[in-house]
Design a protein. Structure first.
Lengths: 102, 550
């Protein structure tokens, strides 16, 4: 039986600074809350096709789809949930100013 | 310390300029990511979960104060104010931006540092004993050999694209502080019956998916033969090692498949056919050795009245001396370890302020030398005993005084799922939870020497196989699961830990470690360490208590 489709968002790392980013449908955002959620395998396939586009390559690295819980807008997999938080899960040492900017 | 000659300096500058150009071409679209990726990796630049990560090469882990101060500047100006010292005696920056990396490499070149060959399937940075040049029991300084290997292996045209990465470690003492038995090639400086110094060469050690202890390839190799012999050893690997499956491409797999006798026979045959220039190599050895001449030690009495008195007066200092200070070859001197394992901290992390302090302390009190250890700590190799109290007081001002070297809270942990792209589970928070559980100094003292090592995936950067207690974080259907091994060891009695049984969840693993330690305390005979008890009673006793409640 084919695996049931889970709604997904397109993610990547930003080329210039490596930041985790998500596709809004028109541009890349650092806020997963603003990501476009695709709800069908067909829409996901289009997005995957788009992710190979040269204009994407100019801005981001390695786009891929991530399954998401629509209600919480949190990725289903821990790895992606950690990425979405954009910092480690423990209170890591960081320059307070940069932490604010992050 | 070795200083760059004109060739070294030009080479590093050129590489930095090349990389600036490559970054520019990637940004303008002239290079695709596929084309750019191997180029950035050759310069130590990875892309991790949250950001790029830049891994530097610190040859044999040795640095001057000025170099450490530069790392502090880079941490502050281009990163988030800290860096992570690794089990490869290197440092990684976790948040550099691609556009800044060429500038970072230029700054590094200013102080004879770089990131070349800190990634990719080439000969990586050679590691060594952090006590090199200071240890009372060493035959000669292993950094000289390390430097010979660095120069030989840098951009070696035949070995830039091996089947897999290749790691060499050098030690010059019976007590192995460089984990040479778990490297692709381990080199021990030894004496033959005639009293001449030479090399015992081990091959085929390694951790990762298939952990193995290295086997003796040559009992005694004359010093002048080192480079051609390494050449022959690598060539056999390059010719016969697998390239079709990256999990079977390390030299250990080939040595295991052929058997050490056959591997050695092929190396000897290749070695015999090589052109050699032992006089030239011996000259080069002498040239390099001059850089590692003994520093200008001050004449001093072996015992220090001040040291004795301050130990009596200050219990915190006494605890630090007991655990973090090691005898030195020179009367009146000591080797001091700065623990980067404060309770609750991330193992191996240091802030820019801490780096600057370590640099200043090294300049003022350790003849301007620092070493990074494979246990993710920093060593001040040459401290006068009379100055130890002052050194400790300074370190304390920045929280660098943890008196826990080699203890249960001196935990080795890789970055794991908090940073690493390949991770299957978190490691740093596990280390923090365990350290907090055993934070009480009296408890640590009761437990005695114990190494816990944690990796966030099978790649084993946290060296879990050779921890007395090893923890490997895996992903079981979306849930972190921690597999425990017991009885591993990294020194001259190196051993691969045995798996104790089914894994534990993130919430359970600290409790499991507590149970193992309680079992040891119950079972131990007077004066026994954890490892000694384990080797006497075996796995079953620990397994029974660990899974008793299940
Ligand atoms: S062991 Fe795995 S998780 Fe840890 S640093 Fe290495 S590759 Fe990353």
């Amino acid at each position: 039986m084919a695996k049931k489709f889970t709604p997904s968002v397109l993610t990547a790392n930003h080329l210039l600074d490596g930041d985790t980013v998500w596709w809004t449908g028109a541009s890349w955002t650092r806020d997963i809350g603003k990501a476009e959620i695709v709800s069908s395998p067909e829409a996901a396939a289009v997005l995957e096709l788009l992710s190979g586009d040269a204009t994407f390559e100019a801005e981001v690295v390695g786009p891929y789809l991530v399954e998401i819980d629509v209600a919480s807008r949190e990725p289903v997999v821990r790895r992606e949930a950690i990425r979405a938080n954009r910092v480690p899960t423990f209170a890591y040492i960081a320059d307070p100013e940069q932490r604010q900017a992050a | 310390m070795y200083r760059y000659d004109e060739f070294d300096a030009a080479f590093v500058r050129e590489r930095s300029a090349q990389f600036r150009d490559q970054v520019q071409r990637r940004l303008t679209g002239a290079l695709t990511e596929e084309e750019f990726r191997p180029l950035r990796l050759m310069n130590g630049l990875y892309l991790q979960l949250h950001a790029y990560m830049l891994r530097l090469a610190i040859p044999y882990g040795a640095m001057r104060g000025e170099q450490m101060r530069h790392l502090a500047m880079i941490a502050e100006r281009y990163d988030r104010g800290y860096g992570h010292f690794t089990t490869r005696q290197n440092i990684q920056f976790n948040w550099p931006k691609l556009k800044d990396v060429p500038d970072i490499l230029d700054h590094l070149a200013d102080v004879e540092m770089h990131a070349i060959q800190s990634s990719g399937n080439c000969i990586r940075n050679t590691t060594s004993d952090p006590y090199a040049g200071a240890a009372p029991d060493e035959i000669e300084d292993p950094r000289i050999t390390g430097e010979m290997i660095r120069q030989w292996s840098s951009l070696h045209p035949e070995f830039m694209f091996l089947g897999r990465k290749f790691k060499i470690a050098v030690s010059a003492t019976e007590e192995d502080r460089a984990a040479i038995k778990v490297h692709d090639i381990g080199i021990q400086i030894v004496r033959n019956e005639a009293g001449e110094a030479g090399y015992k060469v081990l091959v085929g050690g390694g951790l990762g998916r298939t952990p193995m202890i290295g086997k003796v390839l040559r009992e005694f190799l004359p010093k002048a033969d080192l480079l051609p012999y390494l050449e022959a050893t690598l060539r056999v690997y390059n010719l016969f090692g697998r390239r079709d499956n990256k999990y079977k491409a390390r030299i250990k797999i080939l040595v295991h498949k052929l058997g050490i006798e056959e591997y050695a026979a092929r190396v000897e045959e290749e070695f015999a056919s090589l052109d050699k220039s032992p006089e030239l190599d011996a000259d080069e050895y002498r040239r390099i050795a001059a850089y590692f001449a003994l520093p200008a030690f001050k004449a001093a009495a072996e015992e220090s009245v001040l040291l004795e008195r301050m130990q009596r007066e200050d219990a915190g200092f006494a605890a630090w001396v007991k655990r973090n200070v090691h005898p030195h070859r020179q009367p009146g001197y000591a080797i001091a370890t700065i623990s980067l394992k404060p309770i609750g901290g991330a193992p191996g992390d240091a802030t820019a302020e801490q780096m600057r302090l370590m640099a200043a302390v090294a300049e003022a009190h350790s003849l301007d030398e620092l070493r990074v250890t494979h246990e993710q700590n920093i060593v001040l190799p040459h401290v006068r005993k009379d100055e130890l109290y002052l050194v400790w007081s300074k370190l304390k001002s920045q929280g660098l005084d943890a008196p826990n070297k080699g203890m249960v809270t001196d935990i080795i942990a890789c970055p794991g799922l908090d940073y690493c792209n390949l991770a299957t589970a978190r490691s740093i928070p596990v280390a923090q939870n365990i350290a907090e559980t055993f934070a009480d100094p009296a408890m640590q003292e009761k437990i005695g020497p114990l190494s816990i090592k944690i990796s966030g995936c099978i790649n084993a950067c946290g060296h879990h196989h050779i921890g007395h207690i090893g923890i490997l974080g895996l992903d079981k259907a979306g849930v972190e699961s921690y597999q425990i091994t017991l009885g591993g060891e990294s020194t001259e009695t190196a051993a691969i830990g045995e798996r104790v049984g089914p894994g534990f969840s993130y919430g359970e693993v600290t409790g499991a470690i507590e149970t193992l330690i309680e079992t040891y305390l119950d079972q131990r005979e007077t004066g026994e360490t954890f490892l000694q008890t384990y080797r006497r009673v075996g796995l079953t006793a620990f397994k029974e208590t660990l899974y008793a409640a299940a």
